[in-house]
Design a protein around this ligand. Structure first.
Ligand SMILES: C[S@@+](CC[C@H](N)C(=O)[O-])C[C@H]1O[C@@H](n2cnc3c(N)ncnc32)[C@H](O)[C@@H]1O
Length: 264
């Protein structure tokens, strides 16, 4: 995917805040997936499309100095803050570049494949980088299952929030994101020959961590919202005031987490 096509381009100053907000909201659920795989000291892990540094640090802490984390992204501007003795950061396109020549215990990508046009090739590359018996964990949202920002619509504040969220989804879709991709993952895992497949969804109805994510996302796409006539500057400011005032129960689409094991 050409970098310019990625709506939430990492170089934007607000990207660091958005990555921190994604981690605050989703890392606990992601770490539960790793626990289910039996992540342990000494594991070698590949974090694909890492974005920020928090999850990479958390993985590095779990695998310890006997283990190793390779964190890759097409733009590692924010990932590199996680560099340490057992973490390597690399610029790498999961679909277009050859997979790293290591045999990983675990390969993980969260909210990455939905943005990659050559998703199935990316998935094949991730599977090929696993050692026999290694675990693949892929997590992607499925906004088509639950597209609303506020699921309890009881006034103009929620209607505005939902209109802005709908516009954001349309922008993502127009740039190639597949908004119903999450649900396809179990099938894609099976087609890729994975074993012990398990899938579940994590669906925040409203959590304190949803508000910083909304603020950071709106900051990143503000110009696109204005440019496409999705909301006026006044409406965007009003929505941000509503978010900060805590009058909205902000939701997220279900995050579908799938894990599977490469046969031995
Ligand atoms: C929505 S962010 C998610 C970041 C992080 N995985 C998380 O969940 O917090 C998507 C990330 O995928 C990266 N990305 C997009 N296309 C990629 C590709 N083809 N190869 C590797 N990374 C890619 C972006 O640069 C960005 O950092």
């Amino acid at each position: 995917m050409p970098e310019t096509d990625y709506l939430l381009e990492n170089r934007k100053a607000e990207a660091a805040q958005r990555f921190a907000a994604l981690s605050a909201l989703f890392d606990p659920a992601t770490l539960r997936q790793f626990d289910a795989c039996g992540m342990a000291e000494g594991w070698r892990c590949w974090e694909v499309g890492a974005g920020g540094s928090a999850l990479v640090r958390a993985i590095a802490g779990r695998v310890g100095h006997a283990g190793h984390v390779l964190a890759t992204d097409i733009d590692a501007s924010w990932t590199k803050e996680a560099a340490s003795a057992n973490v390597d950061i690399r610029i790498h396109d999961v679909a277009l570049d050859p997979p790293p020549g290591e045999a990983f215990d675990l390969v993980h990508a969260r909210l990455v494949l939905v943005h990659v046009p050559e998703r199935e090739r990316a998935l094949r590359n991730m599977v090929s980088a696993l050692k026999p018996g290694g675990w693949l964990v892929v997590e992607d949202a499925d906004p088509a299952l639950q597209p609303l920002s506020c699921i309890d619509v009881h006034g103009p504040e929620q209607e505005l929030a939902n209109r802005i969220r709908q516009g954001f989804r349309a922008l993502l879709s127009s740039r190639g994101a597949d908004l119903g991709f999450g649900r396809t993952l179990p099938r894609l895992f099976r087609q890729a020959g994975m074993a012990e497949i398990a899938a579940e969804a994590y669906f925040p109805i409203t959590l304190p961590e949803c508000a910083p994510l909304e603020v950071a996302t709106i900051a990143m796409i503000r110009d696109d919202l204005l440019g496409h006539g999705i909301a006026t500057a006044e409406e965007i400011e009003r929505h941000l005031r509503n978010v900060r005032a805590g009058v909205l129960d902000l939701s997220q689409p279900p995050m579908i987490s799938v894990r599977g094991r490469k046969p031995r």
